[in-house]
Design a protein around this ligand. Structure first.
Ligand code: ATP
Ligand code: MG
Length: 405
């Protein structure tokens, strides 16, 4: 598991003037057209973040698979940009020219700031363009000059497990020197894939499911079902708070939650005592149907839920099969299908939704005493025949409210 993407404690003060934004990984292996499209979207998302947090910058240079952000607010911008999907890593850096002497001078300056007594260090260089030296020459020269510059610190070179690494990136006539690497969110830039309707309950699982599809580039339309009077405002408030945390990962995209009433549907299911054990199945099928209508409305390509095999009684494979049959127009995507609860919780903590998800909220009181673990398709069909499902769906869709966060 990666460390928290916003964990920037290793930052130390230096007069950095640039941030190297890396987005290699998957973006690097795309074809030229796709890559350009992804890069443009990434740049747009990065600019939205900088604007939102009022981070002043001079410009952003796109060069050979990297972005170089020219700003003096390097710590803050690295921290914020680590949350932009598609960014694999970032480094506050010092810019210089590609002259070897100048690269060495800057590197020695940076080494002076970061290396402590008896530290071991390594030098790493990546180079694009034609230069009168090789990358190995850069490493050797910087290493030698750092050792010469601080004899009192008793430094040694260790290429395998150094305490610190000095990095040099040479790009044609420019070069950037850095020492720390902040891990980015990875994935694909948000907005490079179609949008999806995400069923967001506010519990621990569904926000993680939302985040995982966002990470793969899909903007989400969060859909919350208000089950009052079987839940209350505390449940709704929790969902809204969770949605706010998620929106921090989607800066530049609408900060909205779609809310529809599902309580009246639940009341009708509860009214049919014969089918009491099927309550959760009938309720979920209703949610899927309503989600399908919303998906049509917002032109989404699918529906996302936080279900995982066997995580709840309604999530046995037999029950999931029965749930699936409620909708045919859109696929139900379940990014957590194979996750253990502890894995889901780990991600929830890392992305910041966990705290909001565990805030006190009323659990659904419509939960039956003995919920069915293996729903039979014909029983569900029979139960739904006794109700006017279409009318119920329409009523819920009519109750739709779009809440701006
Ligand atoms: P979560 O932790 O996400 O609440 P859960 O493990 O408690 O999920 P269920 O309550 O069975 O499981 O819900 C399964 C999925 O159905 C949720 O992950 C979510 O996607 C969706 N869902 C459940 N209740 C609601 C709701 N009130 N509004 C929107 N979506 C919901
Ligand atoms: Mg839950």
């Amino acid at each position: 598991m990666q460390p928290a993407p916003n964990d920037c404690e290793q930052f130390r003060s230096a007069d950095f003037d640039s941030v190297i934004v890396r987005y290699g990984g998957e973006l690097g292996i795309k074809g030229a057209w796709t890559r350009r499209f992804y890069e443009r979207r990434l740049l747009k998302n990065i600019k939205s973040v900088l604007k939102r947090y009022e981070i002043l910058y001079n410009r952003i240079i796109r060069k050979h698979g990297r972005l170089f952000l020219k700003t003096s607010l390097t710590t803050e911008s690295s921290k914020k940009l680590a949350r932009v999907f598609g960014v694999s890593s970032l480094s506050p850096a010092l810019e210089t020219t590609s002259k070897l002497d100048e690269i060495v001078d800057k590197s020695v300056f940076l080494a002076g700031l970061i290396l402590r007594e008896e530290n071991t260090f390594a030098v790493k260089c990546r180079r694009v363009g034609h230069h009168p030296y090789t990358s190995t020459d850069v490493c050797r020269e910087v290493g030698r000059r750092v050792l010469d510059a601080f004899p009192e610190r008793c430094l040694t070179v260790n290429l395998k497990r150094p305490d610190e690494t000095l990095g040099v990136e040479v790009r044609n006539d420019q070069a950037f020197v850095y020492s720390m690497v902040v891990e980015g969110a990875g994935g694909l830039p948000l907005g490079t894939q179609p949008r999806v309707v995400s069923l967001l309950s506010g519990g621990i699982d569904s926000p993680v499911a939302c985040w995982l599809v966002m990470k793969r580039g899909c903007p989400i339309v969060p859909l919350y079902f208000d089950n009052a009077p079987f839940t209350d405002e505390s449940t709704t408030e929790r969902a809204m708070n969770v949605a706010k945390v998620l929106s921090e990962w989607a800066i530049g995209f609408p900060r909205r939650v779609y809310v529809t009433l599902n309580g009246p549907n639940l009341a009708e299911f509860k009214g049919k005592r014969r089918f009491e054990r099927l309550t959760c199945i009938l309720c979920k099928r209703m949610m899927y149907r309503i989600a399908e209508k919303i998906a049509d409305m917002v032109r989404a390509e699918g529906i996302v839920t936080g279900e995982a095999i066997g995580e709840q009684v309604s999530q046995t494979l037999q029950n999931l099969r029965v749930l699936n049959s409620a909708v045919t127009k859109y696929p139900i995507h379940r990014p957590l299908l194979g996750f253990d609860k502890t894995e889901t919780e780990q991600i929830a903590r890392r992305i910041g939704t966990y705290e909001a998800s565990i805030q006190k909220a009323k659990g659904c009181t419509a939960f039956p005493r003995k919920p069915v673990t293996r729903a039979k398709p014909h029983e569900v069909t029979e139960a739904e025949k006794a109700l006017d499902i279409e009318d119920m769906v329409e009523r819920s869709v009519k109750s739709l409210k779009i809440v701006n966060l």
